[in-house]
Design a protein around this ligand. Structure first.
Ligand SMILES: [Zn+2]
Length: 238
């Protein structure tokens, strides 16, 4: 169920029996030499839509831009400032709350969005009575992390094996495997300047070798994360 395909009477009817809604936050930024710039939105949106199909909960349109200032030295990246992204998320939540949505699940596709999401939630959960929000940074979900460590010997950081696998499964035309190179191991530079980021990661990717990626692994990752979120969507008391 996509909110963009529902008319207002459909939304009204849904709200009469359920207050849950799935939100999506993406980014538009470089993803190494081999992945499309829309990767973070496409992966998060895919997970959110499957979650919506399995739970019957509508999915709001994705916020397509994220906080990507540290990727600005690579061509194509479009970034919001942290304060702008925070305000966008606050306004989206305030809007859906006004209509009666009270249980929000945010599927986030980009690590650089975390600070803005937390700031937006600190504000809205304190100003909007009865609002409950859960956030899933999909590549860090426990089952995903465990699978990546067991299968590939590490965890995802940026444009490495997990993102590449999911993209091979859902948007192969945005994956250029002939240009994938071994990514440099992540060294904890998420909040570095754009200059320093490019210096440290000249190809743009960091983490596990994306050449190990496969569409089968991508499908498996999606099913792991959707199953975990489905359980989390059932209870809002923890
Ligand atoms: Zn990404």
């Amino acid at each position: 169920m996509l909110l963009e395909e529902m008319a207002w009477p459909d939304v009204e009817q849904y709200l009469a029996h359920d207050q849950r809604l799935i939100l999506v936050t993406g980014s538009f930024e470089q993803h190494g030499r081999h992945l499309g710039e829309g990767t973070d939105r496409i992966t998060a949106e895919t997970i959110a839509r499957r979650l919506g199909e399995e739970t019957g909960v509508p999915v709001a349109p994705a916020v397509p831009f994220g906080m990507s200032l540290h990727h600005m030295k690579f061509p194509g990246t479009i970034s919001l400032k942290p304060a702008t992204l925070t305000m966008v998320i606050v306004d989206v939540i305030t809007s859906v709350y006004a209509h009666g949505f009270r249980r929000l699940f945010i599927v986030n596709g980009h690590g650089g969005n975390k600070g803005a999401i937390e700031a937006a939630l600190a504000e809205t959960t304190n100003s909007l009575p009865g609002l409950r929000v859960k956030v899933g940074h999909w590549w860090q979900e426990a089952a995903v992390d465990e699978y990546l460590r067991r299968t590939f010997g590490g965890t995802e950081y940026h444009a490495s094996v997990a993102e590449t696998s999911v993209m091979l499964a859902v948007r192969p035309q945005a994956v250029h495997m002939d240009r994938a190179v071994a990514a440099k191991v992540y060294g904890g530079l998420l909040y570095s300047s754009a200059e320093l980021f490019r210096q440290h990661y000249p190809d743009g990717a960091a983490g596990l070798d994306p050449r190990q990626a496969s569409s089968e692994a991508g499908e498996h990752l999606i099913s792991l994360v959707v199953a975990a979120y489905k359980t989390q969507m059932e209870s809002w008391d923890d």
